[in-house]
Structure formats: structure tokens, C-alpha cells
Design a protein around this ligand. Sequence first.
Ligand code: FES
Ligand code: CO
Length: 326
Amino acid sequence: MVESGLWHPVALAGDVAQAPVAVQVLEQAVVLWRNAAGVVQAFADQCPHRGARLSLGRVTPQGQLECPYHGWQFADDGRCTQVPALPTFVPPPGHCARTFAAREAHGLVWVRMQDGVAVLPAFAAEDDTRLRKLNCGPYDVAASAPRIIENFLDMSHFGFVHEGWLGSRDATAIDDYRVDATRTGLLATGCKAWQPQSNLHSTAAAQVEYTYEVTAPFAAVLTKVPEAGTTAVDGWRESIALFICPITPVRSRVWFRLAVADFDSPDEKLQAFQHTIFTQDQPVLESQTPQCLPLDLRAELHTAADKASSAYRRFLRQSGITFGVC
Ligand code: FES
Ligand code: CO
């Protein structure tokens, strides 16, 4: 499965502390924990002895993962170091837990189930010190990851799903925009929308221009193009990344990573705006059938306004993605 070689977000980094944390990705149970140096680790959440969930165990004061059932201890490379029932027994190298690659980035823990793509989904705004970064989520959504990405790329729903916020029924026309294929997905530029309340601080409706970028099969970034004549042309550009963990083909866990110029508002206020918008999308997303995203372009109807989503479907097909598509 191509998806196993991708990096997937699985938890807020701050939520993985002293105790092991159980997560699920690509229908596999995974336990996250931190070694003595505080570096995050990911193992299959199944003890190789009798199959108990390692996430029910604990991290020992020496920084090893201890199984809840018979207390076997595992080092961060997966090797079993101790079998308490046989204190003098030295476990052979084959006594080990299954390990996965794990990393921290964008405020999240990422896991890769097997060798594959070396880099995490890019988020250019992450390194811009003029922007404040914060996470929003997780949201557990009964929809496939590709349906959620496609919703993020879709502007023609603003006047209906986000009426009074990101759109208005009086201004639903979508001007032509440009879509180019990229190495990681696609780039849509010149995307314009008439928005009554485009962000927390909007005081009046405005024509807002965006770019959308698909940075991995299940990751996308929206960047607001600065309006001419504002301080925004100094170079910073507010961005929102959407990072999705495919849990099953029809269930996903969703996070947003916000990069904003607002250093004053409390986190909760910035998150509340994003929360409002996403909880408007969620019931529609969960109502879509089939829940998988059809990659045969004849399966659903498309217009010129949908060309970003048609391009996304072509990209998924070319990439050999099978999870959450049909
Ligand atoms: Fe884990 Fe026995 S099942 S130590
Ligand atoms: Co929406």
C-alpha cells in the first residue's frame, strides 16, 4: 500500500507526555511514547508476547516501555530488555516489538509505517518568525481523508455551507483560476472569493484571494494572498495547513496548523473561528456518499469551477493511492 510509506499525523505533540498514548492510523493500532531523552517513539500497539495493548502499560523511570500484562520491557529500538518472570534471562534479538518511524513537526507527532517518502508534508509558513503558529483539532470525522482534502480545495460551497462567514448567496460565482500539477500534488492560484468574514478580524466583506496547494495525498495548504496596499505585502502571508490522519478508509482525524500574523488574540479565540468553519463543513462531509472519493471522473459530475478537485483526483490516481478512494 503506497499510503504506508507516507508520513501521517497521529497526535498533538503536547498530548504525548509521561504516559503511552494509543492512536490509530491506516487501520493499525499504534502506541506513542517518549524515551528517556524525550524523543517520541511509535510501536505497534500489540505486545509480541501475548498481544496485550502496550498503550495500557507505562514508561519506566529508565525510559523503557513496559507491557501491562507480564511487565516485559522494551527499549526505544523495540528490543525486549527484560522478562520479569525470568530475571536472569537475556532476551535474544528476535524478542522485539514492531517499531515505526516517528517524528515531531508542525505541533504534531507523525508516523510512517514503512520506508517510503523521506520528507513530511511541507508547510512553508512554519519557519516564518513573523507568523504565529498554533494547532486546531483534532476533529474525528466520519469521512475519507480525500473527501476532506477536496472540501478544503472547494470554494463554490462557501456561499451555502459558510453563508455569512466565508461566502454569501449573493456572490457565489467563481472566477476562473489556474491549476498546475506539482511534484507533491497541485497548486491552484488566483482563487478569489467574496467573503463577509474571512477571518477573526474582518470588519467588512472583502474580495479575498487564495492559493491552494496539495502538499501530500492527505495534506493541503491555503495561503491568503496579501491585498495590495496593505502591510501584508511586506512578505508575510497567512496560511492554514490541513493535515489528515487516515484512520480507516471512511474515518479520519483532522488537524489544522494556523500561521497567522495575529500575536495578540488568545489561542482559544483563533481556534474558535477555525472551529466554527470546520463544524459547518463536517455534517456535509459526513453526508457524502460514497464515503470514498471516486477517482473515475465519470462517477460524479464536474464543472470548470471544480477543476482543482478534478486535478486532485487525477493526482491521487497517478500516485497509486488506494485508501479512501474508489
Ligand atoms: Fe506483554 Fe506478556 S503480553 S508481557
Ligand atoms: Co468549507
